[in-house]
Design a protein around this ligand. Structure first.
Ligand code: M6R
Length: 599
């Protein structure tokens, strides 16, 4: 979603701000712009629709100008179409104040009406422009107090060319503290390699960055180390971040388990949950709340918590949870899963759970993000930055940690893990190596895609632990290839979707050798009887499946609870090569944003 950058310091501001915008491209955007002051104090504003290359052409000459402070923005349209006028930075009537903004001003209509009555002239259809005129009318501090909604703001005033004003409420904003000056970004990824220390602005904090000073209040700012390695945010030898991140699957799973699992001692250690361990035995039910891929991870997590911790667990979409008229229940724990830690719906759901005084836990990848900070306790993925819009490595990491968390809940509640838990622990240790075996089939999957790339519709089927994998496989395909794909539970086929099956509607089926194997086979027989084409993901050694399916991708055998980890990898590769075959922009699919910071 929208990206903010800014710089004030000893170096030239404009090239820095532009380069940092490039690092935020992955978040998704449709237009971009910069505002800056040159050393003569002249303010400049440049905006362009489309990719950053268009903006770069316009600022080519400006880049050679010495600049002292600059702000930049990539916009993902919410209010008003993507055009130059609606692109940020926005400004007041007199062109004396420029700002970039992420978030949504919920009361913008009311504010705009009031400002128009006072004679302000609006040029764009955006909610952001209201802020510029509000500042003109009331000054920075008073203006932001009048706003209802969410914002992260970076702004410059014509009469204070050596300062950047900042503010945050609900949308992330991070300040890089460098030797040469101060950096502003909506996402710490943009600061990797530039600074070693950052300040994550808290809700309600405002500040002023100047050449040699920084003021942030009302709460005292906390300077923390930036835990992102610049190399992690590069593609390396891979053509796309998505492929790189799929190939990181094995390592992120190993990283998720490191120092947390001790099978010989039948023990799981999760430092992030130790502070709340005393509360776990009292927990009677769990709600897992998240969106998109993190929601599908949550569905698998719910099955794990039920089986391994004997804990009634529900999975709820964050966008539904926040408005649900559900009863408050005692002894409830909520688990919020989010790669970015900034998803607006998940944050809003967390707010509701906090009001209910539930025990709120987080499973978050982005260190220092809002969800990580706002929950009572939690576990980090430590999967490194995920740049591809389609979530891949984060999902595998989430599944590994959900196994650990369910085992941890089990051991904390019952003081000893069950035999099923012991087998799961033993297998978790082996799972990273098994992922590598699946990744070795990458080329074979690429060839297989040639047979399927012309189809426009797909049905993904799975049962038990593999039902959410079918949903995730279908989501991956539709996100980046724009083919229509639906995920279904195998047993539900006969209740509707079977009507779609014919020779032009292939089925991707998850048919591992588990306690539901025969049931899945019956579902596939029904498809074959209707001339449906089948691509099966099956266990190595299963000869029978080859007779039924048109094509088979084999994965190593594992315990049922971990089949989702191994099955997901070929589905990610299938979606990736499918999208590449269609010439799509895999890392930045149309209409999507990496971090969905608006409702
Ligand atoms: O950062 P989060 O995990 O909270 O994001 C949730 C969804 O927006 C995200 O998983 C989305 O569905 C991805 N595009 C999936 O690939």
């Amino acid at each position: 979603m929208c990206g903010i950058t800014g710089y004030i310091g000893k170096k030239e501001a404009l090239p820095i701000v532009f380069e940092n915008l490039k690092k935020l491209e992955y978040r998704g955007y449709d237009s971009a712009g910069v505002a800056f002051f040159d050393f003569s104090g002249d303010q400049k504003l440049v905006k362009a629709v489309g990719k950053l290359g268009n903006l770069e052409k316009l600022i080519k000459d400006e880049k050679s100008l010495p600049t002292m402070a600059a702000i930049g923005h990539t916009r993902w349209a919410t209010h008003g179409v993507p055009n130059e006028v609606n692109a940020h930075p926005h400004f007041d009537c007199k062109k004396e104040f420029f700002l970039v903004h992420n978030g949504i001003i919920e009361n913008y209509r009311e504010l705009k009406d009031g400002l128009m009555k006072k004679g302000h002239n609006f040029r764009s259809q955006t909610d952001t422009e209201v802020l510029a005129h509000l500042v003109e009318e009331y000054g920075f501090d008073l203006a932001i107090k009048k706003v209802i909604g969410a914002y992260a703001i970076a702004a410059i005033f014509k009469n204070e060319p050596q300062k950047i004003y900042i503010a945050r409420l609900g949308s992330p904003l991070v300040i890089g503290v460098g030797k040469d000056g101060y950096y502003v970004a909506s996402d710490p990824t943009a600061l990797a390699g530039l600074v070693k220390k950052v300040i994550f602005l808290k809700d309600g904090q405002r500040g002023l960055l100047a050449l040699n000073s920084i003021k942030i209040g009302p709460a005292r700012p906390k300077i923390v180390p930036l835990e992102i390695d610049a190399e992690q945010a590069k593609k390396g030898k891979f053509p796309h971040f998505m492929l790189k991140e799929i190939f990181e699957g094995s390592e992120v799973v190993a990283a998720a388990l490191r120092g947390r699992i001790f099978p010989q001692k039948n023990l799981i250690k999760l430092g992030g949950l130790e502070g709340v361990a005393g509360k776990i035995p009292k927990i009677k039910r769990m709600e897992i709340i998240s969106c998109g891929t993190s929601y599908y991870a949550g569905m698998i997590g719910a099955a794990l918590f039920k089986e391994l911790a004997n804990l009634p667990t529900e999975t709820i979409l964050a966008s539904e949870y926040r408005y649900a008229r559900d009863p408050k229940q005692n002894n409830t724990a909520c688990l919020f899963i989010s790669q970015s830690g900034e998803t607006a719906d998940t944050l809003a759901a967390l707010k509701k759970a906090k009001e209910r005084k539930y025990l709120n836990l987080g499973l978050v990848n982005a260190v220092g993000s809002s969800i990580a900070r706002e929950t009572d306790a939690g576990v980090y993925n430590h999967a490194g930055p995920e740049i591809g819009v389609a979530s891949t490595k984060a999902f595998l990491s989430q599944l590994s940690i959900l196994s650990l968390m369910s085992l941890y809940f089990g051991q904390t509640k019952f003081e000893k893990n069950s035999q099923t838990a012991r087998s799961l622990m033993a297998e978790l240790v082996r799972i990273s190596a098994k992922i590598q075996l699946v990744l070795k089939q990458s080329e074979a999957i690429r060839s297989l895609v040639k047979k399927y790339a012309h189809y426009k519709n797909f049905l993904y089927l799975g049962r038990g632990y593999n039902y959410p994998v079918a949903l995730e496989g279908a989501l991956k395909l539709k996100e980046i290839s724009y083919a229509h794909a639906e995920g279904y539970a195998g047993g539900e086929m006969k209740h509707g979707p079977i009507a779609l099956i014919d020779k032009n509607f292939p089925v991707v089926a998850l048919v591992n050798k588990n306690h539901l194997y025969e049931k899945m086979i019956s579902n596939l027989e029904e498809i074959k009887a209707r001339n449906g084409k089948i691509l099966a993901i099956a266990s190595i050694g299963d000869k029978a499946i080859a007779k039924l399916a048109d094509d088979v991708i084999y994965v190593p055998e594992t315990v049922e609870q971990l089949e989702p980890i191994l099955n997901t990898v070929p589905l990610q590769l299938f979606a990736y090569y499918f999208a590449v075959a269609h010439g799509n922009d895999v890392d930045k699919p149309r209409n999507l944003a990496k971090s969905v910071t608006v409702e």
